[in-house]
Design a protein around this ligand. Structure first.
Ligand SMILES: Cc1ncc(COP(=O)(O)O)c(C=O)c1O
Length: 370
């Protein structure tokens, strides 16, 4: 079913008429973020492999690759399948794939002829019957988060051997992503924790090198570590995801001047009732925003100082700084999302806005599923 807002595309000023709750992308800010990221990684001779877990949208993957990315990352097999079906041709799945059912799907995806890379931290995650197409594999390295990844050089080396001795597989290098440092608000503090972690990665690279196993690819990094990854020069490939959208959570993180990105993603919501003095009820609640982070922040459509609070599954509560203030039913309010990735996963469409008009609607192709 097409978006109910499809009829507004291309009409001057049509953003004012958008039916809500709607996920809206400021196209110009988004395009600037895509270009800026590519310029930054180019300057530091890193390859861009942006993470599609943030957007789950083939049109965005296409634009990131058109800007110069070598490929994209997905967090899941389902995301990889959905994006490959819409033309994404080079994918790294950044979580291990386990179980026969998923490994069969993985090989079926490989049969489609795309360039496909997986990660492994255990021999169980390596498919036993590789197809005639080469499956690329990175050894996943734990930098201290404890989520996935080998935890010592010996197990990484053993895994490299196993991969190298399995027909149809090609060992490409390492993945090393540090999730817990990305949102450390202070840049110096983040840099201190993360550079310590990177030192263990550099040691592993050296140990591999000594055995004649220099990794061609060392993939990792996020929006929060971009400036540090550029400075340290250990990664060869960068996986930032949130930079295209930004959100309340990331806007509280000092990224470094060069790596400053603009908020491009909003939830538009409409006042549906305003009978209580000093407040109004919006049509966007717990089902429109991820709730693992801070509260949504008002960007536009309400007086400065107005705050948002969840008011139930389908409702939000605006509290005005002045009890006499009123926003009549039908008023449109734009809110910054608390945490962009899981918010996107709640919506079917991205409504593309430029100069006050709805100019396109992009499907969020890979939301949900397993
Ligand atoms: C493996 C991996 N790489 C990259 C990213 C992108 O991070 P960010 O959205 O902070 O840029 C994530 C995000 O969770 C991730 O899990």
């Amino acid at each position: 079913m097409p978006s109910p807002n499809a009829g507004l595309i291309g009409k001057q000023g049509s953003l004012r008429e958008i039916m809500t709750p709607a996920l809206v992308l400021d196209l110009d800010a988004f395009e600037r973020n895509v270009r800026r990221y590519q310029q930054i990684v180019d300057l530091h001779k890193l390859q861009a492999r942006p993470h599609a877990k943030s957007h789950k949208c083939a049109e965005i993957a296409r634009r990131q690759m058109a800007a110069g990315a070598v490929g994209i990352c997905t967090a899941t097999l389902h995301e990889a399948e959905a994006l490959a079906a819409r033309g994404t041709s080079n994918i790294l799945i950044t979580s291990p794939i386990v179980g026969q059912g998923k490994q069969d799907r993985l090989l079926a995806l490989l049969e489609q002829g795309i360039t496909l890379t997986i990660v492994a931290d255990h021999p169980e995650q390596i498919p036993s019957s590789a197809s005639e197409h080469t499956l690329h594999v990175l050894v996943d390295v734990d930098l201290g988060m404890g989520r996935t990844g080998t935890r010592d050089a010996e197990s990484a080396l053993r895994l490299v051997d196993t991969i190298s001795n399995t027909r149809g597989l090609s060992w490409q290098g390492l993945q090393a992503y540090s999730g817990q440092v990305q949102h450390i608000a202070d840049l110096n503090e983040r840099s201190k924790v993360y550079t310590d972690q990177l030192r263990s990665l550099a040691d592993l690279i050296m140990a591999l090198d000594k055995r004649g196993l220099k990794p061609a690819t060392v993939s990792g990094g996020g929006t929060g570590t971009l400036a540090i990854d550029c400075r340290e020069g250990i990664l060869t490939e960068h996986q930032a995801g949130s930079y295209i959208f930004m959100d309340v959570e990331y806007n509280a993180v000092a990224l470094g001047v060069q790596a400053a990105f603009e908020t491009s993603l909003f939830v538009y919501s409409t006042v549906i009732s305003s009978n209580v003095p000093g407040q109004a009820t919006l049509d966007a609640g717990l089902k429109s925003f991820a709730t693992d982070g801070p509260l949504p922040r008002i960007r536009d459509g309400a007086p400065s100082g107005t705050t948002y609070a969840f008011f139930g599954d389908e409702h939000g509560r605006l509290a005005f700084p002045d009890a006499d203030h009123r926003l009549p039913p039908g008023s449109l309010v734009a809110l910054e999302t608390p945490h962009c990735d899981p918010t996107v996963n709640l919506h079917d469409y991205l409504h593309i806005a430029q100069n006050g008009a709805l100019v396109d609607i992009w499907k969020i192709d890979a939301r949900g599923s397993c």
